[in-house]
Structure formats: C-alpha cells, structure tokens
Design a protein around this ligand. Sequence first.
Ligand code: ADP
Length: 551
Amino acid sequence: MEQGYYQKLWWEIILTTLGFSVIPLFILGAVIYQQFSASYSAKVMENMKTLAENRSASIDLFFDERISQLSGLAQTNSLAQLSNEDYLHKVFNIIQARSKSYLDLGIIDQEGNHLAYVGPYHSILKPVNFKNEDWFHAVLSTGVYVSDVFLGFRKLPHFIIAVMVREKNQSWILRATIDSDIIENIVRAAWIGKKGDAFIINRHNILQTSPRFGGAILEAPNAPDFSKVTVPEAEDMTFNGEEMLFATGIIKLKKWVLVIKEDPTDQLSPLLHARFIMVLIFLGGVILIIIGAVVTTRSMMKELMIMDRKKATSDELMIQESKMAALGKMAAGIAHEINNPLAVIGEKAGWIKDLLKMEDISKSENFQEYADAVNKIEQHINRAKTITHRLLGFARRMEPVTERVNINTVLDESVSFLENDARYRNIDIQVDYAADLPLITSDPSQWQQVFLNILNNAIDAIGKEGEINIKSKHIAKNNEIRIEINDNGPGIPKDVVTKIFDPFFTTKEVGKGTGLGLSISYSIVEKLGGRMMVASEDGKGTTFTIYLPVT
Ligand code: ADP
C-alpha cells in the first residue's frame, strides 16, 4: 500500500510538472504558428493577386498601344494609298520594324471586300468577303474592335484588332492579326514553381491562351469557372480533389479574365518548413521537460524515501528501546531481589553442610539424606544464580553500548533464538565461520537485530524444508568482515528486489509483515558504518551480504 503511495506521488509530481510546462509550451507554439501561418498565407495570396493585376495591366497596355498605332496608321494614310498592296507592304514593314506584333494587315471596304492584304495567308484571305462575319458588324458599329481568339478562314487560332475610318462619305476598315505569342509570353511569365499555371479565358470560360497543364486553346480550362469574375480576387480552392491557390485579374478592354493557379505546397513550403522546425523544437522541448521532470522527481522521491526510512527506523528503534529498557530494568530488579535471598539460602546451606561434618550428626541414621538434600539445595542455588546472572547480563545489554564483539558469537546467539522454529519447519541452518575473525567495537544487540531480521525473512521465505547457510570471513585487504546469509527459498522477483529496503514494503499477508524489518536493518548497518546488499535469483534463493568495518 505504501509502495502505491510513492507511485501515486511520483505520478502526481510528474503530471503536474508536465501539465504546467508542456501545455503552455504547446499553446504558445500553436498561437505563434497560427499567427505566422495566417499572415504568411495572406502575404502569398496578396502577391498572387498583385501578379495577376500586373499581368492584366500589361496586356491592356499592349492592346491600347496596338489600337492607337493602328488608328494612327489609318488616320494618316488614305484608303487609296493603303489599298495599294505595295504601299501597304511598306507600311507593314515600318510598323513591324520595332516590335513584331502583327501577323498580317488588311484593308476592307464597307461592303466587306478585301481590298488589300499583306501577310502569309494571301491566297486564302485576299478573295474573302467579310460581310457576314461577326467582327465585321461589330467594328462598323463600335469603330474599334478586338476579337476573341477564333479559327477564321485560315483555320488556325488567332485574334484580330480592327479599326474603322470614315473618309468622305465612305467607311473602310484596317484589320490586323495579332501575334498571340506576345500575349502568351506575358501570361507565361506568371507560371510559378513546378505546378504553377496561368491562362486567359473569355466571358464564356473558353481559353484564349494555351495553359501549361490540361486543356488547349479554345477549350474550357481545367479550373473552376472564373469567367464571371469582375474584380481581381485571390482564393484557396479545392478543384478535382486538389487544393490550389487561384488569383484572377481582369483585362478591361476585352473583359477577359487572367487566371493564375499555384500549388500551395510550392508557395507555402517555407511555412511547412517553419512548421516542421516548430514541431521539432516542441518535441525536443517536451523530451527535455520529461527528462528534467523524471530526473528531479526521482531524486526527490529518493530523498523522501530515505527520510521516511530514517523516520520509521528511529520511531521503531525508540519504541523498541523503551520496551527493552523497561524490560531490562525489570530483569535487573528481579535478579537483584532474588540474589539476596539466594545468598542467604546459600549461606545457610553452607552452614548446614558444616554442621553435617559434626560427629553426632554424621552418625545419625538419616545422615545421607541430609547430605543429599543440602547438595541439591546448593546445586539449585547455583542454577538460580546463573539465571539471575544471565538476567543481569540481558539488562545490561538493553542499553546502547559499544563493546569488543566477536561477530561469530553474535551470529550464534541469533541462530539460537530461531533454532527451535527452524527445526520445527525442517530447515537446516549451516554455519561456516572464519576462525581468525578480529573483534570489532560495536553494539552487539543492534547487529543481532539485523541478523534476526534477515534470518526470520529467510525462514519465512523457505516456509518448510530447506537450508540456510551463514558464512563469515575477514577481508584483510579492506580490513572488513563479510557475512553472507543465504537461503534456498523461492528468491525475489526482479521487480520486487529493488523495493525490499523501502519502508513498509512487504509481500507478506496483512498482520504478518510490517515491511520494516529490512528497512530498519539497512539503516542500522549504515549507522554502524557497514553496507548491506542483496542478490537473488528467482526460484533459486537469496543471499544477503553485509560488510562491516573492523575499526
Ligand atoms: P516484512 O518481513 O515485514 O515483509 P521486510 O522489510 O523484512 O518486511 O522484507 C520485505 C520483503 O522482502 C518481504 O515481504 C519479502 O517479500 C522480501 N524478502 C526479504 N527477504 C527475503 C528472502 N530471503 N527471500 C525472499 N523474499 C524476501
């Protein structure tokens, strides 16, 4: 039960220490990580949004520049001049000189006839009449028109910018095909990381540029539908079971939407790294705290146990001493009281003996009877004297003394106390004493108590039928005496052997064991300057070894 008390105390201290250190550490770590993660993710999203806005603005700027270039060209040249294909060719070369943004140029009258064309599709496009094309009607009504990407007569994805000019009372159109690689390059600059993607969609969620992964131009993209978005946005979405970061920018002129898609593990890898480091630090901290808690608690418990043991010993010794002191006094008193009448009886018996030597009595017919009776009286007086003498010896021994002691004698006395019990249980006690054992200066009654405790335990452990061996030896090297008390009992299991010296530890049934025997013995041995240890093999027996100093 007391062992349970120490265990409970141990757990209480450990859990309290851990609770008060690990929980705040965990909360602190979690809060810092939460804050860091929120602001880092916000920053990443903000950066994506800015990127989408910048790219969209670049595309708008590109369109504005092309439209003003084409408008300028149409305003500063007459229809007659531009309808001449040689002239148009020259103009085409001039505007291509600085940036190769155009694939071809064409002049179309208000009836849709292609008056002049410069570019790679002359044979296909020159004969074409555009009167029924959507873009043709759009440009006539709005003056400037930028198309979505379409296949057209050339059956290849492209888009056009057309400007209408009014000259005198007729209208004509300057139409240019834009090299979509330029837009593609602007968009491609937003492909970030290993899985990043960027593309443009029109208002019907149809791709206007080729994405890096999945889908082709003029198809629907492999992404959520952002075609109805009107303001730039950035959000974290799960699409097709995959978590992705999306940011959108609006290309104002066409109301196209630029979509930037990024892999969170690419973008948030510093965050994941930070999390990994935090977890490592946290685990390291927890391990250190646990080690610290265990080490300090262990040493605390050790101190506590030693203190408890000392207290139990001194309590027990005090009770024992006071009992013995009382017994000793009584014994001394009795011995003294009996000694006096014995002395008188002895004296009188001596006198009777002297009287028997007288002549008239020696002739008495009962002489022999008298002589025998007096001898018996003397014999029994002597016996009573030995007893009182022993009683006085016992009384003297009850007080703490230091005297010259032969440990073999103390061992013999201890054995003699238990001999009867051992014989009754069929336990054979064998002794093997060193003859050359030096005398020591110590308190024999305390050593006796130690030996009695150990021998008692050995007898209890064996139960019935067994053997106890007692050996003493002088170890000259360290000038100490070694005493080994071995039994062939059941031994002590490994998990028990570490606890047997603890106060109140017992495996005996209630009422039989107090758990104080070994704990007190241990303290006594230490107090008298010796040491005690135990070796036991489960099932094979136990040996207690005691070293005591000679000086
Ligand atoms: P108690 O004898 O009152 O139980 P002790 O402190 O003398 O208290 O012994 C503590 C425990 O150590 C015993 O209950 C027993 O389990 C164990 N023990 C001591 N000596 C032996 C032994 N020779 N063989 C087996 N077990 C032993």
